[in-house]
Design a protein. Structure first.
Length: 457
Protein backbone atom coordinates (compact mmCIF):
# COMPACT_ATOMS: atom_id res chain seq x y z
CA UNK A 1 0.00 0.00 0.00
CA UNK A 2 1.35 3.38 -1.04
CA UNK A 3 1.52 6.27 1.42
CA UNK A 4 0.47 9.83 0.92
CA UNK A 5 2.93 12.23 -0.55
CA UNK A 6 3.90 13.69 2.86
CA UNK A 7 4.47 10.14 4.16
CA UNK A 8 6.33 8.93 1.07
CA UNK A 9 8.73 11.82 0.78
CA UNK A 10 9.36 13.34 4.28
CA UNK A 11 12.84 14.45 3.33
CA UNK A 12 11.40 16.47 0.42
CA UNK A 13 8.93 18.18 2.74
CA UNK A 14 11.67 19.01 5.24
CA UNK A 15 13.76 20.52 2.49
CA UNK A 16 10.77 22.62 1.40
CA UNK A 17 10.38 23.86 5.01
CA UNK A 18 14.09 24.73 5.20
CA UNK A 19 13.75 26.60 1.93
CA UNK A 20 10.75 28.50 3.40
CA UNK A 21 12.69 29.48 6.55
CA UNK A 22 15.57 30.89 4.50
CA UNK A 23 13.24 32.74 2.15
CA UNK A 24 10.89 34.08 4.82
CA UNK A 25 12.86 34.26 8.13
CA UNK A 26 10.50 34.59 11.03
CA UNK A 27 7.48 33.62 8.99
CA UNK A 28 7.75 29.85 9.00
CA UNK A 29 4.00 29.16 9.33
CA UNK A 30 3.19 31.67 6.64
CA UNK A 31 5.83 30.22 4.31
CA UNK A 32 4.40 26.73 4.77
CA UNK A 33 0.93 27.87 3.89
CA UNK A 34 2.22 29.79 0.88
CA UNK A 35 4.22 26.78 -0.25
CA UNK A 36 1.15 24.52 -0.01
CA UNK A 37 -0.89 27.06 -1.97
CA UNK A 38 1.75 27.24 -4.68
CA UNK A 39 1.88 23.43 -4.93
CA UNK A 40 -1.91 23.24 -5.19
CA UNK A 41 -2.00 25.87 -7.90
CA UNK A 42 0.77 24.07 -9.79
CA UNK A 43 -1.13 20.78 -9.69
CA UNK A 44 -4.35 22.49 -10.76
CA UNK A 45 -2.54 24.21 -13.63
CA UNK A 46 -0.96 20.88 -14.57
CA UNK A 47 -4.35 19.18 -14.82
CA UNK A 48 -6.01 22.07 -16.62
CA UNK A 49 -3.31 22.19 -19.27
CA UNK A 50 -3.56 18.40 -19.70
CA UNK A 51 -7.33 18.69 -20.21
CA UNK A 52 -6.88 21.59 -22.64
CA UNK A 53 -4.27 19.71 -24.61
CA UNK A 54 -6.66 16.77 -25.05
CA UNK A 55 -9.81 18.77 -25.69
CA UNK A 56 -9.59 18.12 -29.41
CA UNK A 57 -10.98 14.59 -28.92
CA UNK A 58 -8.04 12.87 -30.61
CA UNK A 59 -8.15 9.10 -30.02
CA UNK A 60 -5.05 6.96 -29.85
CA UNK A 61 -4.16 4.05 -32.08
CA UNK A 62 -1.21 1.89 -33.07
CA UNK A 63 1.89 3.96 -33.81
CA UNK A 64 1.14 6.91 -31.52
CA UNK A 65 3.93 7.86 -29.12
CA UNK A 66 2.54 9.00 -25.73
CA UNK A 67 4.23 10.81 -22.85
CA UNK A 68 2.89 9.65 -19.50
CA UNK A 69 3.68 11.71 -16.38
CA UNK A 70 2.89 10.70 -12.78
CA UNK A 71 3.76 13.27 -10.09
CA UNK A 72 6.06 11.91 -7.44
CA UNK A 73 7.13 8.76 -9.33
CA UNK A 74 10.80 8.48 -10.26
CA UNK A 75 10.16 6.21 -13.26
CA UNK A 76 7.97 8.87 -14.84
CA UNK A 77 7.63 10.74 -17.14
CA UNK A 78 8.32 8.27 -19.94
CA UNK A 79 7.46 7.84 -23.60
CA UNK A 80 5.53 4.74 -24.67
CA UNK A 81 4.32 3.54 -28.06
CA UNK A 82 0.84 2.17 -28.70
CA UNK A 83 1.55 -1.33 -29.97
CA UNK A 84 -0.27 -3.33 -32.61
CA UNK A 85 -2.72 -4.58 -29.98
CA UNK A 86 -3.66 -0.99 -29.14
CA UNK A 87 -2.04 -1.11 -25.70
CA UNK A 88 0.79 0.66 -23.83
CA UNK A 89 3.03 -0.93 -21.25
CA UNK A 90 3.71 1.01 -18.00
CA UNK A 91 5.98 0.25 -15.06
CA UNK A 92 4.17 -1.39 -12.14
CA UNK A 93 0.87 -1.45 -14.06
CA UNK A 94 1.63 -3.57 -17.11
CA UNK A 95 -0.56 -3.25 -20.24
CA UNK A 96 -3.19 -0.54 -20.44
CA UNK A 97 -5.61 -0.38 -23.40
CA UNK A 98 -5.18 2.90 -25.30
CA UNK A 99 -6.75 2.34 -28.72
CA UNK A 100 -9.82 4.39 -29.44
CA UNK A 101 -9.75 6.61 -26.30
CA UNK A 102 -8.64 10.17 -25.63
CA UNK A 103 -5.82 11.42 -23.44
CA UNK A 104 -8.26 12.35 -20.64
CA UNK A 105 -9.84 8.90 -20.70
CA UNK A 106 -6.44 7.23 -20.71
CA UNK A 107 -5.26 9.40 -17.78
CA UNK A 108 -8.32 8.37 -15.81
CA UNK A 109 -7.73 4.69 -16.68
CA UNK A 110 -4.15 4.91 -15.43
CA UNK A 111 -5.29 6.65 -12.24
CA UNK A 112 -7.86 3.91 -11.60
CA UNK A 113 -5.20 1.27 -12.20
CA UNK A 114 -2.91 2.86 -9.57
CA UNK A 115 -5.78 3.03 -7.10
CA UNK A 116 -7.11 -0.48 -7.79
CA UNK A 117 -3.66 -1.97 -7.29
CA UNK A 118 -3.22 0.28 -4.20
CA UNK A 119 0.06 1.67 -5.47
CA UNK A 120 -0.84 5.36 -5.12
CA UNK A 121 -3.90 6.57 -3.22
CA UNK A 122 -4.30 9.91 -4.96
CA UNK A 123 -2.24 9.76 -8.18
CA UNK A 124 -1.91 12.76 -10.47
CA UNK A 125 -1.51 11.43 -14.05
CA UNK A 126 -1.05 13.35 -17.26
CA UNK A 127 -1.06 11.81 -20.77
CA UNK A 128 -0.14 13.85 -23.80
CA UNK A 129 0.73 13.02 -27.38
CA UNK A 130 4.44 12.86 -28.00
CA UNK A 131 4.31 12.00 -31.67
CA UNK A 132 1.29 11.30 -33.84
CA UNK A 133 1.12 8.12 -35.86
CA UNK A 134 1.89 8.85 -39.52
CA UNK A 135 -0.43 9.08 -42.46
CA UNK A 136 0.30 7.42 -45.80
CA UNK A 137 -0.09 8.70 -49.34
CA UNK A 138 0.34 6.77 -52.57
CA UNK A 139 -0.55 7.01 -56.23
CA UNK A 140 0.31 9.77 -58.67
CA UNK A 141 2.40 11.86 -56.30
CA UNK A 142 6.08 12.73 -56.47
CA UNK A 143 7.12 11.03 -53.23
CA UNK A 144 4.64 8.41 -52.00
CA UNK A 145 5.17 7.03 -48.51
CA UNK A 146 4.45 7.76 -44.84
CA UNK A 147 4.65 11.22 -43.29
CA UNK A 148 4.30 12.58 -39.73
CA UNK A 149 0.77 13.68 -38.98
CA UNK A 150 0.04 17.26 -38.01
CA UNK A 151 -3.33 18.28 -36.58
CA UNK A 152 -5.53 20.25 -38.94
CA UNK A 153 -3.89 19.28 -42.24
CA UNK A 154 -6.05 18.62 -45.30
CA UNK A 155 -5.53 16.56 -48.43
CA UNK A 156 -4.10 19.63 -50.14
CA UNK A 157 -1.49 19.94 -47.38
CA UNK A 158 -0.73 16.22 -47.61
CA UNK A 159 -0.14 16.48 -51.37
CA UNK A 160 2.19 19.41 -50.78
CA UNK A 161 4.13 17.38 -48.22
CA UNK A 162 4.39 14.49 -50.72
CA UNK A 163 5.81 16.78 -53.42
CA UNK A 164 2.65 17.42 -55.43
CA UNK A 165 1.23 15.57 -58.41
CA UNK A 166 3.46 13.50 -60.62
CA UNK A 167 0.96 12.05 -63.05
CA UNK A 168 3.73 10.56 -65.17
CA UNK A 169 6.23 9.60 -62.54
CA UNK A 170 8.20 6.49 -63.47
CA UNK A 171 11.40 6.52 -61.48
CA UNK A 172 13.34 9.57 -62.63
CA UNK A 173 12.21 9.42 -66.26
CA UNK A 174 11.68 12.80 -67.85
CA UNK A 175 8.38 13.36 -69.70
CA UNK A 176 10.21 14.05 -72.97
CA UNK A 177 11.98 10.70 -72.77
CA UNK A 178 8.72 9.00 -71.83
CA UNK A 179 7.03 10.50 -74.87
CA UNK A 180 9.81 9.15 -77.10
CA UNK A 181 9.57 5.69 -75.51
CA UNK A 182 5.77 5.63 -75.80
CA UNK A 183 5.87 6.69 -79.44
CA UNK A 184 8.36 3.92 -80.17
CA UNK A 185 6.17 1.40 -78.34
CA UNK A 186 3.10 2.60 -80.22
CA UNK A 187 4.92 2.23 -83.56
CA UNK A 188 5.87 -1.36 -82.71
CA UNK A 189 2.31 -2.15 -81.67
CA UNK A 190 0.93 -0.58 -84.84
CA UNK A 191 3.20 -2.79 -86.96
CA UNK A 192 2.05 -5.88 -85.07
CA UNK A 193 -1.58 -4.78 -85.42
CA UNK A 194 -1.25 -4.46 -89.21
CA UNK A 195 0.48 -7.83 -89.45
CA UNK A 196 -2.41 -9.47 -87.58
CA UNK A 197 -4.94 -7.71 -89.81
CA UNK A 198 -3.19 -9.09 -92.90
CA UNK A 199 -3.15 -12.57 -91.36
CA UNK A 200 -6.87 -12.32 -90.59
CA UNK A 201 -7.61 -11.31 -94.18
CA UNK A 202 -5.57 -14.29 -95.40
CA UNK A 203 -7.42 -16.72 -93.10
CA UNK A 204 -10.79 -15.41 -94.25
CA UNK A 205 -9.76 -15.88 -97.90
CA UNK A 206 -8.46 -19.38 -97.11
CA UNK A 207 -11.79 -20.32 -95.52
CA UNK A 208 -13.46 -19.39 -98.82
CA UNK A 209 -10.78 -21.29 -100.78
CA UNK A 210 -9.85 -18.06 -102.55
CA UNK A 211 -6.41 -17.86 -104.10
CA UNK A 212 -5.98 -14.19 -103.14
CA UNK A 213 -6.97 -11.80 -100.35
CA UNK A 214 -7.54 -8.08 -99.97
CA UNK A 215 -4.86 -6.44 -97.81
CA UNK A 216 -6.08 -3.95 -95.17
CA UNK A 217 -6.20 -0.39 -96.43
CA UNK A 218 -4.76 1.28 -93.31
CA UNK A 219 -1.05 0.46 -92.99
CA UNK A 220 0.54 2.54 -90.20
CA UNK A 221 2.61 5.54 -91.14
CA UNK A 222 5.60 3.94 -89.41
CA UNK A 223 5.76 1.34 -92.18
CA UNK A 224 8.04 1.51 -95.13
CA UNK A 225 6.75 0.27 -98.45
CA UNK A 226 9.09 -2.72 -98.49
CA UNK A 227 7.94 -3.83 -95.02
CA UNK A 228 4.28 -3.78 -96.06
CA UNK A 229 5.12 -5.74 -99.21
CA UNK A 230 7.11 -8.31 -97.21
CA UNK A 231 4.25 -8.88 -94.75
CA UNK A 232 1.69 -9.29 -97.54
CA UNK A 233 4.01 -11.53 -99.56
CA UNK A 234 4.64 -13.74 -96.53
CA UNK A 235 0.93 -14.22 -95.88
CA UNK A 236 0.28 -14.86 -99.58
CA UNK A 237 2.95 -17.55 -99.55
CA UNK A 238 1.25 -19.06 -96.50
CA UNK A 239 -2.07 -19.03 -98.35
CA UNK A 240 -0.61 -20.70 -101.44
CA UNK A 241 1.22 -23.37 -99.42
CA UNK A 242 -1.74 -24.23 -97.19
CA UNK A 243 -4.22 -24.39 -100.08
CA UNK A 244 -1.83 -26.58 -102.09
CA UNK A 245 -1.21 -28.93 -99.17
CA UNK A 246 -4.92 -29.18 -98.44
CA UNK A 247 -5.82 -29.87 -102.04
CA UNK A 248 -3.10 -32.55 -102.30
CA UNK A 249 -4.39 -34.26 -99.16
CA UNK A 250 -7.97 -34.10 -100.39
CA UNK A 251 -6.94 -35.43 -103.81
CA UNK A 252 -5.13 -38.35 -102.20
CA UNK A 253 -8.16 -39.32 -100.11
CA UNK A 254 -10.49 -38.85 -103.10
CA UNK A 255 -8.30 -41.14 -105.23
CA UNK A 256 -8.27 -43.74 -102.46
CA UNK A 257 -12.04 -43.49 -102.19
CA UNK A 258 -12.51 -43.83 -105.94
CA UNK A 259 -10.27 -46.90 -106.02
CA UNK A 260 -12.21 -48.47 -103.15
CA UNK A 261 -15.48 -47.85 -104.95
CA UNK A 262 -14.20 -49.48 -108.14
CA UNK A 263 -12.96 -52.51 -106.23
CA UNK A 264 -16.34 -52.78 -104.51
CA UNK A 265 -18.11 -52.62 -107.89
CA UNK A 266 -15.82 -55.31 -109.37
CA UNK A 267 -16.36 -57.63 -106.42
CA UNK A 268 -20.12 -57.06 -106.62
CA UNK A 269 -20.10 -57.99 -110.32
CA UNK A 270 -18.03 -61.12 -109.63
CA UNK A 271 -20.47 -62.15 -106.95
CA UNK A 272 -23.41 -61.86 -109.30
CA UNK A 273 -21.68 -64.08 -111.88
CA UNK A 274 -20.82 -66.68 -109.28
CA UNK A 275 -24.36 -66.62 -107.93
CA UNK A 276 -25.66 -67.39 -111.44
CA UNK A 277 -23.13 -70.22 -111.86
CA UNK A 278 -23.99 -71.64 -108.44
CA UNK A 279 -27.72 -71.59 -109.28
CA UNK A 280 -27.09 -73.43 -112.61
CA UNK A 281 -24.95 -76.02 -110.83
CA UNK A 282 -27.72 -76.52 -108.29
CA UNK A 283 -30.21 -77.19 -111.08
CA UNK A 284 -27.81 -79.77 -112.61
CA UNK A 285 -27.41 -81.44 -109.21
CA UNK A 286 -31.17 -81.70 -108.76
CA UNK A 287 -31.55 -83.12 -112.29
CA UNK A 288 -28.86 -85.76 -111.63
CA UNK A 289 -30.56 -86.80 -108.41
CA UNK A 290 -33.86 -87.15 -110.27
CA UNK A 291 -32.25 -89.29 -113.00
CA UNK A 292 -30.59 -91.48 -110.37
CA UNK A 293 -33.97 -92.24 -108.84
CA UNK A 294 -35.12 -93.35 -112.29
CA UNK A 295 -31.99 -95.50 -112.67
CA UNK A 296 -30.69 -93.51 -115.62
CA UNK A 297 -27.38 -92.35 -113.99
CA UNK A 298 -25.08 -93.84 -111.41
CA UNK A 299 -24.24 -92.55 -107.94
CA UNK A 300 -20.80 -91.47 -109.10
CA UNK A 301 -22.33 -88.96 -111.46
CA UNK A 302 -24.47 -87.53 -108.64
CA UNK A 303 -21.47 -87.29 -106.32
CA UNK A 304 -19.49 -85.43 -108.97
CA UNK A 305 -22.33 -82.92 -109.33
CA UNK A 306 -22.51 -82.44 -105.55
CA UNK A 307 -18.75 -81.77 -105.30
CA UNK A 308 -18.99 -79.19 -108.07
CA UNK A 309 -21.92 -77.48 -106.38
CA UNK A 310 -20.06 -77.34 -103.04
CA UNK A 311 -17.03 -75.77 -104.75
CA UNK A 312 -19.20 -73.09 -106.37
CA UNK A 313 -20.87 -72.30 -103.03
CA UNK A 314 -17.42 -71.85 -101.38
CA UNK A 315 -16.31 -69.50 -104.13
CA UNK A 316 -19.53 -67.51 -103.72
CA UNK A 317 -18.92 -67.17 -99.94
CA UNK A 318 -15.35 -66.00 -100.62
CA UNK A 319 -16.71 -63.39 -103.03
CA UNK A 320 -19.21 -62.17 -100.45
CA UNK A 321 -16.35 -61.72 -97.95
CA UNK A 322 -14.34 -59.78 -100.52
CA UNK A 323 -17.35 -57.58 -101.23
CA UNK A 324 -17.74 -56.77 -97.52
CA UNK A 325 -14.03 -55.90 -97.27
CA UNK A 326 -14.25 -53.64 -100.32
CA UNK A 327 -17.31 -51.91 -98.84
CA UNK A 328 -15.48 -51.35 -95.54
CA UNK A 329 -12.44 -49.93 -97.37
CA UNK A 330 -14.73 -47.52 -99.21
CA UNK A 331 -16.32 -46.41 -95.91
CA UNK A 332 -12.87 -45.89 -94.38
CA UNK A 333 -11.79 -43.73 -97.30
CA UNK A 334 -14.95 -41.65 -97.01
CA UNK A 335 -14.34 -41.23 -93.25
CA UNK A 336 -10.71 -40.17 -93.77
CA UNK A 337 -11.76 -37.62 -96.37
CA UNK A 338 -14.47 -36.25 -94.10
CA UNK A 339 -12.04 -36.05 -91.15
CA UNK A 340 -9.50 -34.20 -93.25
CA UNK A 341 -12.02 -31.59 -94.29
CA UNK A 342 -13.34 -31.15 -90.74
CA UNK A 343 -9.82 -30.91 -89.30
CA UNK A 344 -8.88 -28.29 -91.85
CA UNK A 345 -12.01 -26.25 -91.13
CA UNK A 346 -11.49 -26.48 -87.35
CA UNK A 347 -7.86 -25.40 -87.74
CA UNK A 348 -8.96 -22.39 -89.77
CA UNK A 349 -11.56 -21.46 -87.15
CA UNK A 350 -9.04 -21.85 -84.32
CA UNK A 351 -6.40 -19.76 -86.09
CA UNK A 352 -8.98 -17.09 -86.91
CA UNK A 353 -10.19 -16.87 -83.31
CA UNK A 354 -6.62 -16.77 -81.93
CA UNK A 355 -5.72 -14.02 -84.38
CA UNK A 356 -8.81 -12.01 -83.45
CA UNK A 357 -8.02 -12.32 -79.73
CA UNK A 358 -4.40 -11.34 -80.27
CA UNK A 359 -5.50 -8.43 -82.45
CA UNK A 360 -7.89 -7.26 -79.72
CA UNK A 361 -5.09 -7.33 -77.15
CA UNK A 362 -2.76 -5.34 -79.40
CA UNK A 363 -5.46 -2.76 -80.10
CA UNK A 364 -6.13 -2.42 -76.36
CA UNK A 365 -2.42 -1.83 -75.76
CA UNK A 366 -2.36 0.75 -78.54
CA UNK A 367 -5.25 2.63 -76.94
CA UNK A 368 -3.51 2.55 -73.56
CA UNK A 369 -0.24 3.86 -74.99
CA UNK A 370 -2.05 6.50 -77.02
CA UNK A 371 -4.04 7.65 -73.97
CA UNK A 372 -0.92 7.80 -71.84
CA UNK A 373 0.96 9.64 -74.56
CA UNK A 374 -1.85 12.17 -74.91
CA UNK A 375 -2.03 12.59 -71.14
CA UNK A 376 1.70 13.24 -70.78
CA UNK A 377 1.72 15.57 -73.76
CA UNK A 378 -1.29 17.50 -72.47
CA UNK A 379 -0.63 17.66 -68.75
CA UNK A 380 3.13 17.47 -68.50
CA UNK A 381 5.05 16.24 -65.49
CA UNK A 382 3.56 18.04 -62.51
CA UNK A 383 0.19 19.73 -62.11
CA UNK A 384 -2.03 21.32 -59.47
CA UNK A 385 -5.65 20.70 -58.56
CA UNK A 386 -6.70 23.57 -60.80
CA UNK A 387 -4.79 22.11 -63.78
CA UNK A 388 -6.33 18.70 -63.23
CA UNK A 389 -9.82 19.91 -62.34
CA UNK A 390 -12.26 17.04 -62.68
CA UNK A 391 -9.50 14.50 -63.34
CA UNK A 392 -8.33 13.84 -59.77
CA UNK A 393 -9.74 10.96 -57.75
CA UNK A 394 -8.90 10.84 -54.04
CA UNK A 395 -9.93 8.08 -51.66
CA UNK A 396 -8.98 7.68 -48.01
CA UNK A 397 -8.83 4.35 -46.24
CA UNK A 398 -9.56 5.08 -42.60
CA UNK A 399 -9.84 2.77 -39.62
CA UNK A 400 -11.99 3.80 -36.68
CA UNK A 401 -11.24 1.39 -33.87
CA UNK A 402 -12.47 -1.95 -35.26
CA UNK A 403 -14.16 -0.62 -38.42
CA UNK A 404 -12.32 0.24 -41.63
CA UNK A 405 -13.93 2.02 -44.58
CA UNK A 406 -13.12 4.00 -47.71
CA UNK A 407 -13.91 7.70 -47.96
CA UNK A 408 -14.31 9.66 -51.18
CA UNK A 409 -12.38 12.86 -50.52
CA UNK A 410 -11.39 16.14 -52.13
CA UNK A 411 -8.58 18.62 -51.56
CA UNK A 412 -10.31 20.15 -48.54
CA UNK A 413 -10.98 16.90 -46.67
CA UNK A 414 -9.27 16.84 -43.30
CA UNK A 415 -6.63 14.16 -42.85
CA UNK A 416 -6.45 12.06 -39.71
CA UNK A 417 -3.51 10.21 -38.25
CA UNK A 418 -3.22 6.73 -39.74
CA UNK A 419 -5.13 7.61 -42.92
CA UNK A 420 -4.08 5.96 -46.18
CA UNK A 421 -4.60 8.42 -49.03
CA UNK A 422 -4.84 7.07 -52.59
CA UNK A 423 -4.45 9.64 -55.38
CA UNK A 424 -5.17 8.77 -59.01
CA UNK A 425 -5.84 10.62 -62.24
CA UNK A 426 -8.96 9.73 -64.22
CA UNK A 427 -10.27 11.00 -67.52
CA UNK A 428 -12.92 13.68 -67.36
CA UNK A 429 -15.47 14.43 -70.05
CA UNK A 430 -13.14 16.47 -72.22
CA UNK A 431 -10.01 14.58 -71.43
CA UNK A 432 -9.61 12.94 -74.82
CA UNK A 433 -10.70 15.91 -76.93
CA UNK A 434 -8.59 16.09 -80.08
CA UNK A 435 -5.83 18.67 -80.16
CA UNK A 436 -7.06 21.31 -82.62
CA UNK A 437 -3.61 22.86 -82.87
CA UNK A 438 -2.48 19.98 -85.06
CA UNK A 439 0.41 19.16 -82.76
CA UNK A 440 -0.96 15.78 -81.81
CA UNK A 441 -3.94 13.77 -83.01
CA UNK A 442 -6.44 12.04 -80.81
CA UNK A 443 -5.46 8.46 -79.99
CA UNK A 444 -8.32 6.91 -81.95
CA UNK A 445 -7.97 9.08 -85.03
CA UNK A 446 -7.71 7.13 -88.23
CA UNK A 447 -4.86 7.64 -90.65
CA UNK A 448 -5.33 8.64 -94.29
CA UNK A 449 -7.49 6.18 -96.16
CA UNK A 450 -5.64 4.07 -98.73
CA UNK A 451 -7.09 2.13 -101.60
CA UNK A 452 -7.25 -1.62 -100.83
CA UNK A 453 -4.79 -3.75 -102.73
CA UNK A 454 -5.57 -7.25 -103.96
CA UNK A 455 -2.66 -9.66 -103.77
CA UNK A 456 -2.18 -13.07 -105.27
CA UNK A 457 -3.64 -12.15 -108.63
Amino acid sequence: MRLRADQQFPSKLLRMKDWGRRLFPGFEPVAGRMLAMICGLAIAFFLLTADAACADGYTFDTGDVLRVSVIGEESYPLDVVVDDRGSISLPMLGDIQARGITAVALSQAIQRAFQQQKLILEPFVRVEIGQYRPFFISGTVAHPGSYPFQPGITVRHALTIAGGFRATVVGNTEPALQIADLRSARAGLAIEEYRLKVRLARLQAESRADKSFVAPADPPVEFGGHLIADIIASEQAQLDARLTAYRDDVSFFEVSLDRARKEADMVAATRKEREKTANLQLEELQSARSLREKGLVTNSNVMTAERAHTSYRAELAQTELQQEQARQAMLNSESELRKKKQSYEMDLISQTQDTQVELGKIQSQIRYVADKLLFIFTYGEQRTFDDLQGSVKISIFRRDQKVAHDIVADENTEVRAGDVIEVSIVANKGFYAPDTSGTMAAPNAEGPALQPSIVGQ
